[in-house]
Design a binder for this molecule. Structure first.
Ligand code: NAD
Ligand code: DAU
Length: 352
C-alpha cells in the first residue's frame, strides 16, 4: 500500500481518486487531520472501496505514523499534508510552522525509523515523495526567466518560508541518512474540489452568489495555472521514475495575470449561466486591499520533467478552466457542504 497524507484536501483528494481509478493500483492509507481544509465529502465515491483506508490524524504524530507504516507495510509515502493558504499564514503563521515544519520533521523521523528496519530490497524500493510549491523560489519580475530547479530559495510569506523549511528537511534526510526522497515544486493548481478560499473557486462561487469578486491590488500579479489532474499525473510519474534526491518543477505553461483569470471565469459563466438581468458577472469585480508582501509573478520551467521523465500537462488553461467552472455548476452539494460557519468566519476576517 501507499500512504497519502493530506488526502482529504484539494490536491491530495484528487490524487487519491485518480490513483484508485486504476483497478490495478495499490491500496491507499489516507492520513489526514481534517482541518478546515479537509473534506471527507471529496472521498465519498470511495466509501465502498476496500482499497481506501482513511485515518484521521496528524503527520506530526510520530507513533501513529510509525504504526501505520508498519501495519500496512507501506511502500511509498506521498506527503500533501500542509497548511496551504498564504492569506491564512499572514493572519496566523503558527499553524504553518507546526504542520509544515515540525509536522514534516516528525513524519520524516517516523519514515526513517520504518525504512531503516526494511530489508535491503525493501529499502531500495521505498519512496518518500514530498509535494511542495513554486513559492519557495520567491517572486519574479516581468522579464525574469521562469523558475528552474536550480533557482535559489527566496520565500517571502510565512507559508512559503514554512514550505521551504520542509523542503530543506527532506533534502537533508536524503543527504544525511540516505532516505529515498523525491520533491516536486509545482505552480497554482485549480480544478474540482478546490476549497473556495483560493482565487478560482472563490470567484466562481461569489459570482454565482451575486457577491463581489475581490481583486487584490491592481490584479496584475501573474501565476502559472496547472490543472489538478495534470499535477496528479506528474506526481505518479515522479514516484514511478524520478531520480532519488532530485527535485522536479511541475507547471502548466499557463502564465496569466489574476485579472485575466477572473475575466475568463466571468465570460464562461456568462455563457453557461447568464444572469437574469443580462449584465456580465464581470460587473461584480471589486478591487480590494493588496495582500501584504504579495509576490508579483511565479512561472515554472517544467522542461526537466518533460526531458527526463516524459511528462507534459494534458490541459491548456482554456480547457481546464471550462471543465472547472462546469464542475462547480454540477456539484453544488459539495460546495454547500464546504461553505459552513467556519468558512464564513474566514471570509469576514479576510475581506471586511
Ligand atoms: P489543502 O489545504 O486543500 O489540503 C491540505 C490537507 O492537509 C487538508 O485535508 C488538511 O486537513 C490536511 N492537513 C493539514 N494539516 C495536517 C496535519 N498536521 N496532519 C495531517 N493532515 C493535515 O491543500 P492543497 O491545496 O491540496 O495542497 C496540498 C499540498 O500541495 C500542500 O503541501 C501545498 O503546500 C502543496 N501545493 C499546493 C498548491 C496549490 O495550488 N493548491 C500548489 C503547490 C503546492
Ligand atoms: O504557487 C503555488 C501556490 O498557489 C501554492 O503553494 C499555495 O498553496 C496556493 O494557495 C496558491 O497560492 P496563491 O497565493 O498564489 O493562491 P491564491 O488562490 O490564494 O491566490 C492566487 C492569486 O490571486 C494571488 O496573486 C492572490 C490573488 N487573489 C487571491 C484571493 C483569494 C486575489 O486577488 N483575490 C482573492 O480574493
Amino acid at each position: 500500500m501507499i500512504l497519502v497524507t493530506g488526502g482529504a484536501g484539494f490536491i491530495g483528494g484528487n490524487f487519491v481518486l485518480d490513483w484508485l481509478a486504476n483497478p490495478h493500483a495499490e491500496g491507499v492509507v489516507n492520513l489526514d487531520k481534517l482541518t478546515y481544509a479537509g473534506n471527507l465529502a471529496t472521498l465519498q465515491s470511495l466509501s465502498a472501496d476496500d482499497r481506501h483506508i482513511f485515518v484521521q490524524g496528524d503527520i506530526g504524530d510520530y507513533e501513529l505514523v510509525l504504526s501505520l507504516l508498519k501495519k500496512h507495510a507501506i511502500r511509498a509515502v506521498v506527503n500533501f499534508a500542509a497548511e496551504s493558504h498564504v492569506d491564512r499564514s499572514i493572519h496566523g503563521p503558527g499553524d504553518f510552522i507546526q504542520t509544515n515544519v515540525l509536522g514534516t520533521f516528525n513524519l520524516l523521523e517516523a519514515v526513517r525509523a520504518f525504512w531503516s528496519d526494511l530489508s535491503e530490497e525493501g529499502k531500495q524500493q521505498f519512496r518518500f515523495l514530498h509535494v511542495s510549491t513554486d513559492e519557495v523560489y520567491g517572486s519574479l519580475s516581468a522579464t525574469d526567466p521562469a523558475f528552474s530547479e536550480t533557482n535559489p530559495y527566496e520565500p517571502n510569506s510565512p507559508y512559503s518560508a514554512s514550505k521551504a523549511a520542509s523542503d530543506h528537511l527532506v533534502r537533508a534526510w536524503h543527504h544525511t541518512y540516505g532516505l529515498p526522497v523525491l520533491t516536486t515544486n509545482c505552480s497554482n493548481n485549480y480544478g474540482p474540489y478546490h476549497f473556495p478560499e483560493k482565487l478560482i473557486p472563490l470567484v466562481i462561487l461569489n459570482a454565482l452568489a451575486g457577491k463581489p469578486l475581490p481583486i487584490y491590488g491592481d490584479g496584475q500579479q501573474i501565476r502559472d495555472w496547472l490543472y489538478v489532474k495534470d499535477h496528479c499525473s506528474a506526481i505518479r510519474r515522479v514516484l514511478e521514475a524520478g531520480k532519488l534526491g532530485e527535485t522536479y518543477n511541475v507547471g502548466g505553461w499557463n502564465e496569466k495575470p489574476n485579472l485575466d483569470v477572473v475575466h475568463t471565469i466571468c465570460s464562461i459563466l456568462d455563457s453557461l449561466r447568464p444572469k437574469a438581468d443580462g449584465t456580465s458577472y464581470a460587473t461584480q469585480i471589486t478591487y480590494v486591499k493588496d495582500r501584504p508582501g504579495h509576490d508579483r509573478r511565479y512561472a515554472i520551467d517544467a522542461t526537466k520533467l518533460e526531458r527526463e521523465l516524459g511528462w507534459k500537462p494534458a490541459e491548456t488553461f482554456e480547457t481546464g478552466i471550462q471543465k472547472t467552472v462546469q464542475w462547480y455548476l454540477d456539484n453544488q452539494e459539495w460546495t454547500e457542504g464546504v461553505l459552513s460557519g467556519s468558512y464564513r468566519d474566514w471570509v469576514k476576517k479576510q475581506y471586511s
